[in-house]
Write a protein that binds this ligand. Sequence first.
Ligand code: SF4
Length: 422
Amino acid sequence: MRVQCLSLTSLVFRAHPTSRYSVAALLGAIQSDSRLSELILKAPLRNFESVVRNHFKAGRTAAAFSVMSTHQARVQEEVRRLREICGEDLILIAGGPHASARPKDLLDCGFDYVIIGEGEQSLNDLLVKLMNDADPERVQGVVSKRTTEYPLPRSLPRILLDDYPPFALDMNVVGPVEVTRGCPYACKFCSTPFLTGGRVRHRSTKTVVHWLKRAVEERGFMRTWFLSPNALCYGGKGRTLEVEKLEGLLSASTAIEGLEEVFFGSFPSEVRPDFVTKTVLEMIRQYVANDSLQIGMQAGSDHVLELSNRGHSVEEGMNAVRLALDSGFIPHVDMIFGLPGERDSDLRASLDLCHSLDEMGASVHGHVFMPLPGSAFENMPAGVLNQETRKELGEMSRRGVLTGSWSNQEKLARDLESKQER
Ligand code: SF4
């Protein structure tokens, strides 16, 4: 067996656009850990391979990837090339959604260590072991080729957001401020509950303000985005509105001198329709800079919503859209086509709903169902669009009513389906 290189001196992160938020948070966590102050950290936006090679020539180096299931093929090719360039002594570390859901895939594709669950604590602990010639196998959540049993994310400790920075200010690798992690709902197409758990954890308003003030002072931040699986659940246990706590967050962060715009409830966050009330929309409208509100409707048929365990009806979704319009927001409505159990009549209802939304002044963010590893639907058939639907969606896209990567997602969905564990 190959003896792994220890006494790590450098870590190079793959800062791909699709993983930049998680890379920013993980770099922030490393920078806040005094045990890792001697580690040379890099996250180049360009020339990743040559940066890895240069550090590898100078000392013991690791390259880290945050891997989404839809990007496995790209990552596999990048790993192959790194092995070709640096050989087996380069340490390769993977984390991210695919690492938690299918760790063995990543070990098989050439990673030395795969981090299951949240990375902030376990990546740091792994790096400390690698820097100190200690056994990395003993870190909770870290698996290697020698591991025989892989833990599930839910069996591992969850971090508190307040214990870690939201981004890496010292390196100027920044992103949105994650204000909430975890979701108590269990929509069957979604892997968030599997990855981050059903217990909701919020970053406190005090800590959000602390980091934003520093970002304004040190990096000239003028605007920020808040990240949450359900923006309107801030402050509570995830199933109820806590208007006062939400207002506390928004009023404190918009009062920061120099911070001109705060975006919340728009992409990359969204809101569940059953959280939308006139009171809460009128309140957030006073503070947020976004004109749009991202509403997760997902289907135009109650039958499909029920099969997906979505927990709200089409009527509740339409009510949220009307309230958003009345409060001066442009609703941007998430829809998924090809969900498991969708009949022709359900698809027609979803398409008709898109046309109604257009007439009302809303727009649609379209997706094709992808069987995401870690979701309850992970072994379901990929969403497929027939010719007529593709044409209808294409026309809506051309008119600017429909946005989103729905056309690419059909192929990604097929790729995921081809790798399903049967
Ligand atoms: S789709 Fe949203 S509400 Fe449903 S489980 Fe995922 S994060 Fe939670």
